[in-house]
Design a protein. Structure first.
Length: 171
């Protein structure tokens, strides 16, 4: 006997009100706070949201493979900063980089000195915080200070790749 799915009872009024009762989050409404750094939140032009990948463990059993979840890994996070004329851009990034590694002396820092917790918020149209991510143990893995180009009139940016231990979705 074939199984036929049953559809839930939905009235026309339920369908109409549910279709228009939600508002999507917009990609341009966010703020990211890099606590413990001198990088101001208003310089952050773009940022990726966290991504997690669950690995797998294959269990051999006679003539089949069974799979269970392996380690969970958070992917690197890319952010783009504006680089203003004042020292708030490149200089602020370099201050954080120097906590990782000081080029002049060759000294590397301790993780307790360079790792930071980052707060990332999505905002409503009214500017209310409607989503909150906390990235724990964040540090810079790549810092790209851009390039100069006579043929463009674009604002200069700094690209950062951040690694972190884990993310918490607060709300």
């Amino acid at each position: 006997m074939p199984l036929t799915p049953t559809l839930p009872d939905i009235s026309q009024s339920d369908l109409f009100t549910s279709a228009f009762s939600w508002e999507p989050k917009y990609a341009n409404r966010f703020i990211m706070q890099l606590a413990g750094t001198n990088i101001p939140a208003y310089l952050i032009k773009a940022a990726a949201r966290p991504t997690i990948t669950n690995g797998e463990i294959v269990l051999d059993h006679i003539n089949i493979d069974r799979k269970v979840k392996g380690k969970s890994r958070w992917s690197d996070l890319a952010i783009t900063l504006y680089d203003p004329i004042t020292s708030e851009g490149a200089q602020a990034v370099m201050e954080w980089v120097r906590l990782h590694h000081e080029s002049l002396t060759g000294r590397d820092g301790y993780s307790s000195d360079y790792k930071r917790d980052i707060e990332f918020y999505a905002l409503s149209a009214m500017g209310e915080k409607i989503e909150n991510w906390t990235l724990k143990g964040t540090f810079i893995s790549d810092a790209n200070f851009g390039q100069m180009d006579w043929g463009t009139e674009e604002a200069m940016t700094i690209e950062l790749t951040l690694k972190f231990d884990y993310a918490i979705h607060q709300y």
